[in-house]
Design a binder for this molecule. Structure first.
Ligand code: RVP
Length: 533
């Protein structure tokens, strides 16, 4: 039946909100209250005892669901995971983050074979043995070497016959081999590298301790490890040995390999998941900007039917209790929260969907607790996107998040896969959204099923200020998180939730919270202040 406008009455429910006859039919559901972001909240300190010092704080947190009274099969030592993004989660960052106690989800916007190879790289990583990602060929020029050094920040680069990181070793280049201001930049690597017959190298059977002794005894900065035919296997750096010794939180599996996760989508899971599982991925995550969908339920169902509970898989993203419940019932091992809050994300502008990140976390955390009460199953939740200041992490935890996923934050570090570039005299790293034109040929912005071609950009391509090594950045941020927890009288995340007192702040009090009504003396101070962490 058609109405006066020629529209089928059965479709009117969704089109006009009126029944045939034009009586009011149904109103949209309105959430009570506004939706808020982290910056609109502060923590009010509670009593802190002499025990409340950062050194006593544990940030251990569950990664996957568990039954009341049992231990989760996987936990994190720090509540941070890196975003499932091309510009963020490659093998190098995964290793650096696992060394600090967190976990990366290798991006799924690449072929399943390439993704599985990245997983293998992390799982086969022997602490201290680095597979070079800046390898030279003998016929490259000094100009190209300088460009690579600028991009990666690496000053020691192996030279192989074919330029691959597993090629026949022919030499090594360090910054002591050239003088950028005086040498001809068209000079070939072969002319200034230290050739292989003058290099001290070691066989594959070398232990880290032995490698370190060789480095010390010969005053080396790096030791190439080669196989019996002279092909490069890895490099041991003096600085990595030190950093391995100072990684008490590292996140290891039962065979002492680093834990690593992998992003999947709702289209090719039947072929991708087996490759990732075979490669050794410890946990999977369905990566989509909109998780409350039949496609996710189908993906979860297939994984459960194929692997039972042995393959752990998170799902998302959702922003309310209803979405959480759906994914919980569908079998998700953890649920990710957040639509449109990511720094590079323009989903809210493009589609008008989303919700303030803090409000979403609070709502979903309540649903998670209700689910636990009802079923005895605790499903961890992850606040994904929109963490700008370090204190946002503390707020996310206090509001009920079990861990956080961060993109911009990790993209800034040396170990992220993106290029480092010099923009007007300052080092920047490139950072682009998975829904940006740059990444979207892989359709992370999962439209569900096979609806390829129906797409528009939901993300931007950008720069973020370069922030040095991950270890220093993460340690600095977590020290702040721990000291705020101490101010709340909490020594772990559960205690923080119990004791946290959270207040909404007015727009004017946000201004009051920064340096105000003074002229900063140091311009750099102003700049770093604006760039946040
Ligand atoms: P942020 O940490 O604020 O940079 O946000 C990272 C998150 O943003 C990701 O984990 C993902 O949920 C979301 N994202 C990634 N790409 C895009 C996009 O192109 N819109 N959004």
């Amino acid at each position: 039946m058609l109405d006066a406008y020629g529209v089928k009455v059965s479709r009117q429910k969704t089109l006009g909100g009126y029944k045939a006859g034009k009586e009011p039919y149904v109103m949209a559901k309105f959430f009570e209250g506004e939706s808020h972001t982290f910056s609109e909240y502060l923590l009010v300190p509670g009593y802190s005892s002499a025990e409340n010092i950062p050194a006593n704080v544990s940030l251990k947190t569950p990664l996957v669901k568990f039954k009341k009274g049992e231990e989760p099969a996987l936990s994190l030592n720090i509540p941070m995971v890196s975003a499932v993004m091309q510009a963020v989660s490659g093998p190098r960052l995964a290793i650096a983050l696992a060394q600090q106690g967190g976990l990366s989800f290798i991006y799924g916007s690449q072929s399943a074979e390439d993704e599985a190879q990245m997983i293998r790289e992390v799982k086969s990583y022997k602490a201290g043995f680095v597979v070079s990602d800046s390898t030279l060929t003998p016929d490259m020029t000094l100009a190209e070497v300088l460009e690579l050094k600028e991009k990666t920040g690496h000053s020691t680069m192996p030279v192989t016959a074919d330029g691959t990181s597993y090629g026949k070793l022919v030499g090594i280049v360090t910054s002591r081999d050239y003088r950028p201001s005086r040498d001809d930049i068209t000079k070939k690597v072969a002319e200034f590298m230290t050739p292989v017959d003058e290099i001290i190298s070691a066989p594959e059977t070398t232990t880290l301790k032995e490698a370190n002794d060789i480095i010390w005894n010969n005053k080396l900065n790096a030791l190439p490890i080669v196989d019996t035919s002279g092909y490069l296997v890895s490099l041991v750096f003096r600085k990595d040995y030190d950093s391995h010794k100072s990684a008490p939180n590292e996140l290891l599996d039962a065979s002492k390999r680093y834990l690593v996760g992998a992003g999947i989508n709702t289209r090719d899971y039947e072929t991708r998941v087996p490759l990732l599982v075979e490669a050794g991925a410890d946990v999977l995550c369905i990566d989509s900007s909109e998780g409350y969908s039949e496609w996710q339920a189908r993906t979860l169902k297939w994984i459960r039917q194929t692997y039972g509970d042995s393959v752990k898989v998170g799902a998302g993203n959702v922003v309310d209790a209803e979405g959480f419940r759906f994914l919980a019932d569908a079998g998700a091992d953890f649920v990710k929260i957040g639509i449109g809050g990511g720094s590079i994300c323009i989903t809210r502008e493009q589609k008008g969907i989303g919700r303030g990140q803090a409000t979403s976390v609070i709502d979903v955390a309540r649903a998670r607790d209700a689910y636990f009460e009802e079923t005895g199953i605790y499903i961890p939740i992850c606040s994904d996107g929109g963490i700008v200041y370090d204190y946002h992490m503390t707020l996310a935890l206090a509001m009920g998040s079990d861990f956080m996923m961060l993109g911009r934050y990790f993209a800034r570090f040396d170990e992220s896969p993106s290029n480092r570039v010099n923009v007007n005299g300052s080092y920047m790293k490139e950072y682009w959204g998975e829904g940006s034109a740059r990444a979207r040929n892989w359709q992370r912005y999962d439209l569900g099923g096979n609806k390829r071609g129906l797409s528009f950009v939901e993300g931007v391509d950008s720069y973020v200020p370069y922030a040095g090594p991950l270890k220093e950045g993460v340690e600095g941020s977590l020290l702040k998180v721990k000291s705020t927890m101490c101010n709340c009288g909490a020594l772990d995340i559960n205690e923080l939730r119990e004791k946290a007192k959270i207040t909404l702040v007015s727009a004017t009090s946000i201004v009051e919270g920064g340096a105000h009504d003074v002229l900063l003396k140091d311009q750099h101070q102003q700049v770093s202040y604006n760039f946040r962490s």
